[in-house]
Write a protein that binds this ligand. Structure first.
Ligand SMILES: Cc1ncc(COP(=O)(O)O)c(C=O)c1O
Length: 348
């Protein structure tokens, strides 16, 4: 506050360096939200000639709408590939979804765990496709010892509820690609020339997708605690797994071998899900469904011409998934209470 520098500046550039280094990448470009990170990553890729209007981009139907919004807002075509048992992009379905028009893939690291990134990258390399990882939910997650994003470009969200959240909206693009980072920096700030003294010289048409300094300052402090919080979330998930694994009717979330899941949310699959959610609500336990309607069945995406049955795994999951309370400070007693209530529900 005393510095009087409320947008950009030292706090933002320091956070960018610290977060890039935390992710093991060369550059982080802090932006106003995860949605703007995805939009800017695509705009910067177009500006660098890696994509053009009308190109097809494959993503998954069980994601937050922002992933597909970014594709559509760049005049690219949305193509969906169904998911696997981990709630993540199925590489088999990805192969089938790729057409001659496909030029990029946006896998989504849902719930706190990376998609099968090496296999996705292999498929992309075979066909010369760009990969932009939607890493909105996975700050601090690992895949085979690599911090997310595994792809050359990753987009994070710092929405307050995220494992690394700020005091409002925030996001970042993380990449090793210097040209892309440079374009994204310009585009987030009205396409301003990066020439010193070029404040009112605009070499590109851009947007205002900048991050506020206060939000960056909060992120710098919280980043120091991220690994501890992840450790606590993983310990809490392990207790849930232990207490729930014997309950028929409940399937605990699977962690792929080699993955470090950060349990942004802890999502089970439950028989008679809606009745269970009501039962838990009556016992004072809040639950959530991420996401109740897959994108291909949402009103906004009807123009794509999909129908029920097109992505059966995502659709089945949407009917069964339920996210239970998880955060670093939740106590063992609270987790036991939730699990006892679930047991009670299925014993009725
Ligand atoms: C998978 C996914 N992608 C993109 C976003 C968009 O991020 P934000 O809400 O920061 O715009 C979110 C956040 O909710 C998300 O979960």
């Amino acid at each position: 506050m005393e510095s009087g520098r409320f947008i950009g500046g030292e706090e933002v550039s320091s956070f960018e360096q610290e977060f890039a280094s935390y992710c093991g990448k060369k550059h982080a470009v802090a932006v106003s939200s995860g949605t703007s990170a995805l939009h800017l990553a695509l705009l910067a890729s177009m500006s660098n000639g890696k994509l053009k209007r009308g190109d097809e981009i494959v993503t998954v139907p069980n994601t937050f709408t922002a992933t597909a919004e970014a594709i559509h807002l760049c005049d690219n075509k949305i193509k969906f590939a169904d998911v696997d048992d981990y709630y993540l992009m199925s590489t088999e379905n990805l192969r089938e979804s790729i057409s001659p028009d496909t030029k990029a893939i946006i896998p989504v690291d849902l719930y706190g765990q990376a998609a099968d990134m090496h296999r996705i990258m292999e498929i992309a390399a075979e066909r010369n496709l760009l990969v932009i990882e939607d890493a909105a939910q996975v700050a601090g997650a690992e895949y085979k010892g690599w911090k997310t994003p595994v792809a050359d470009i990753g987009c994070f969200s710092f929405f307050p509820a995220k494992v690394l959240g700020t005091i409002g909206d925030g996001g970042a693009i993380v990449t090793d690609d210097e040209a892309l980072a440079r374009k994204a920096r310009q585009l987030r700030d009205h396409g301003r020339s990066d020439r010193i003294g070029g404040k009112y010289e605009h070499s590109l048409i851009g947007l205002n997708y900048r991050l506020d300094a206060m939000k960056a300052a909060v992120l710098r402090v919280k980043l120091r605690h991220l690994d501890d919080w992840i450790m606590q979330r993983r310990r809490n998930a392990a207790l849930y797994n232990e207490l729930l694994s014997e309950i028929p009717g409940v399937q605990v979330p699977k962690e792929r071998e080699g993955n470090k899941h950060i349990y942004y949310v802890y999502t089970i699959r439950a028989q008679d899900r809606d009745a269970l959610a009501t039962f838990l609500d009556n016992a004072g336990i809040a639950t959530q469904i991420y996401y109740p309607i897959p994108l291909h069945l949402q009103e906004a995406y009807q123009f794509l011409g999909h129908k029920k049955g097109d992505f059966p795994v995502a659709e089945r999951h949407a009917e069964q998934i339920l996210s239970l309370p998880i955060y670093p400070e939740i106590s063992g007693e609270q987790i036991e209470y939730v699990c006892d209530k679930i047991k009670e529900f299925y014993a009725r």
